[in-house]
Ligand binder design. Structure first.
Ligand code: NCD
Ligand code: ZN
Length: 347
């Protein structure tokens, strides 16, 4: 049995780190594992301008440990696409080192009120992004209340992604937090300009986890966990060595009291043990030898960025995921799968 696993230092291609005191509590967890992360712009108010993104970047850098593990973490900044994002801002965005824009259909998830109401309104901006080589990161769910919650990803593909890719054949798109068999098939059969991130929760759990032994809000995220056949499709593609599917945790911190409520917030907190969760999935699939490419090669390759240097090591060691961690000023945060035993630990 493998006792240790050394990987090229990985990146997280989808991460929420919030702001202020919350940022300070969660950032070190990601920075100790990942060299870089794509920082989601869904703050309140959202990060819509280059100035806001650069100021947010400075606050992230200021919240990093001064020295040692994680001090060299690099946040990769994104802008929140709205109906009114000026096309002219795209050139400045690229020059400022911003790598992508995030498309949230209006009302699809946490802090998405300012999201896009009609894709057509963004066409001039998408044109400019295509020209500048900025990526489009997509929350791929329709918000139509007529569509069942569990079908929203598949319907998004038909209604929005197919026409979008036809109209912008040169735009590189990441289908974020892919959750369905339909999504897997669509991305797999597409050309090299479409990639996808996959979270640990969608690889580890099906929707039963939300209801097992009582309603469990810490297993609730968006897109919501799906049925077992979908989880299997995700595991199969993630562990297959397909280069357009890569790691993106979607670690989405919310104070425990906001999730344990009558209208609990969506988001799973996985930053403290993200790599160990993925290792668990890959080991169960007999594909530990493919973890490094999924975690450390395919993401930068798709984004056109250099792979990292340096390594991280996972050791075979049992440990129990803590019940909670301190969060922001005086709150607590509960991680995904609290109380469960992991068999890998980041050294
Ligand atoms: C995210 C959040 O809390 O910001 N929540 C989630 O369930 N994933 C938003 C998102 O990525 O959809
Ligand atoms: Zn997210």
């Amino acid at each position: 049995m493998t006792a240790a696993l050394t990987l090229l230092r990985p990146d997280d291609w989808h991460l929420h780190v919030r702001d202020g005191a919350a940022l300070a509590s969660v950032l070190p967890h990601s920075a100790r594992q990942f060299a870089r992360a794509i920082i989601m712009p869904n703050l309140r108010p959202p990060v819509t301008t280059v100035e806001q993104a650069l100021a947010y970047r400075d606050r992230i850098l200021a919240a990093l440990p001064r020295e040692g593990d994680g001090s060299d973490f690099e946040p990769l900044m994104t802008l929140y696409l709205t109906d009114n994002t000026p096309p002219a801002e795209m050139r400045r965005a690229r020059e400022a080192g911003i790598v992508a824009l995030k498309l949230y259909p209006q009302g699809a998830t946490t802090n998405s009120d300012a999201g896009v109401s009609d894709l057509r309104k963004t066409y001039a901006t998408l044109e400019a992004m295509q020209r500048e080589g900025l990526l489009l990161l997509v929350h791929g769910e329709v918000t139509d209340p007529e569509v069942d919650l569990f079908d929203r990803e598949a319907v998004f593909i038909e209604r929005h992604l197919v026409p979008l890719r036809r109209d912008f054949p040169g735009l590189r798109i990441v289908f974020e937090h892919l959750t369905t068999r339909e999504g897997v098939q669509y991305v797999r059969d597409a050309d090299e300009r479409l990639g996808a991130t996959i979270t640990p929760q969608h690889l580890l759990f099906n929707r039963n986890a939300i209801f097992q032994g009582g309603l469990r809000p810490h297993y609730y995220c968006l897109p919501v966990l799906k049925a077992e056949e979908h989880r299997r499709a995700l595991v199969e593609i993630a562990t297959s060595g397909h280069p357009r599917f890569f790691l993106g945790t979607d670690s989405a911190p919310h104070a425990a009291h906001l999730k344990e409520s009558a209208a609990g917030h969506a988001g799973c907190y996985t930053a403290p043990m993200a790599l160990e969760l993925y290792a668990t999935v890959f080991e169960a699939a007999g594909a530990l030898d493919r973890l490094e490419a999924f975690a450390s090669h395919y993401g930068p390759d798709f984004y056109g960025l250099p792979r990292n240097t340096g390594t991280v090591t996972l050791r075979r060691e049992d440990w129990v995921i803590p019940d909670d961690y301190p969060f922001a000023e005086s709150a607590r945060i509960k991680p995904l799968a609290a109380g469960e035993t992991l068999h890998w630990k980041l050294a």
